[in-house]
Write a protein that binds this ligand. Structure first.
Ligand code: CDP
Length: 202
C-alpha cells in the first residue's frame, strides 16, 4: 500500500510525510532525495551525459528511513550533502531527463513492493503510482514556502539569504511544472491541501 503527497518546493510535503510515517510506524520514501543523489553523482563525476547515464546502473544508491531519510552512494553517506545549494541549483535540470526518471522510477517501484509506504514528490500520484490508495497535493503561497525553506536551511547551518531561497524555489517550480517528462501536477483524484495558513500541527 502507498500514500503519496505531491507538491511544489516548501509546501510541507516532506515534513508531513515524515511525521505520518513516524506516527503510523510505516516507511517513508523521499523521491526528491533520490533525484538529489543522482544530481550529486553527476556533479561529482564530471562525466559526459552519455557516460553518466551508463554509469547510473553500476552505482550503489541505497536509502533507508531511520528517523530521517538517509542516503548512501557507493558506501558514502550523502544525506546532508544532497541538501547543498549546488545540488538544489542543478537538480531540476537533471530530474527532467528521461533516462534519470526511468532509473529513479524503477528504483522506487521496486522499493515499495513489500511494505507500507508514504512517499512525497512531484509526479507520484500522476505518473509513478497512479493507483496509490490515497493521494494528496500540498500547496502554499510562494512567500510562505520560501520562509519555511529559509528557516530550515539556516537551522541546518546552510547560510543562504531569503532572496536567494525565493529565487531558487521560483526557478525550480517553473522547470518542474513545465518539463515534458511527468511534470509537477495535481492528480485528478488527489486531495488538495493548502497549508499556507496552517502551523505544522494543524
Ligand atoms: O526542495 P524540495 O524538498 O521541495 O525538493 P525535493 O523534494 O528535494 O526535490 C528536488 C527536485 O527533484 C525537485 O525540484 C524536482 O526537480 C525533482 N523531483 C522530481 O522531478 N520528481 C519527484 N518525484 C521528486 C523530485
Amino acid at each position: 500500500m502507498i500514500v503519496v503527497i505531491d507538491g511544489p518546493a516548501g509546501s510541507g510535503k516532506s515534513s508531513t510525510a515524515r511525521a505520518v510515517a513516524h506516527e503510523l510506524n510505516i516507511q517513508y520514501l523521499d523521491s526528491g532525495a533520490l533525484y538529489r543523489a543522482v544530481t550529486y553523482l553527476f556533479l561529482e563525476s564530471e562525466q559526459s551525459l552519455p557516460k553518466f547515464f551508463e554509469s547510473l546502473y553500476s552505482v550503489q544508491l541505497t536509502f533507508k528511513f531511520d528517523n530521517e531519510f538517509q542516503v548512501t552512494l557507493n558506501g558514502e553517506r550523502i544525506t546532508e550533502a544532497i541538501r547543498d545549494p549546488m545540488v538544489s541549483e542543478h537538480v531540476s535540470r537533471i530530474a527532467a531527463m528521461t533516462k534519470v526518471r526511468e532509473y529513479i522510477n524503477a528504483l522506487m517501484k521496486k522499493t515499495v513492493q513489500n511494505d507500507l509506504y508514504i512517499a512525497d514528490g512531484r509526479d507520484l500520484g500522476t505518473a509513478v503510482f497512479p493507483k496509490a490508495e490515497c493521494k494528496f497535493f500540498m500547496i502554499a503561497d510562494l512567500e510562505i514556502r520560501a520562509k519555511r525553506r529559509h528557516q530550515e536551511l539556516n537551522t541546518n547551518g546552510i547560510k543562504v539569504s531569503y532572496s536567494e531561497v525565493i529565487a531558487e524555489i521560483k526557478r525550480r517550480d517553473k522547470i518542474d511544472s513545465t518539463r515534458d517528462n511527468d511534470p509537477l501536477k495535481q492528480a485528478d483524484d488527489a486531495i488538495l491541501i493548502d497549508s499556507s495558513a496552517f502551523n505544522f500541527d494543524e
